[in-house]
Design a protein. Sequence first.
Length: 58
Amino acid sequence: MTDSLGVIFGPLLALGLVAWLGVQSAIGLSAIPGLPAAAAIVQRSGGPNSPPPGVIWR
């Protein structure tokens, strides 16, 4: 159910934000949750050059 609500209200919210602030500001605001999310992914993955779990490189 929540996926369906996100599909409906996500684009409407984005459209309203772009209409209110403009495209450049809306994209800038999207960086606020985007940068911590990217940092969390990199932290959980062990960094860009780490081997997969269970693999030993020599």
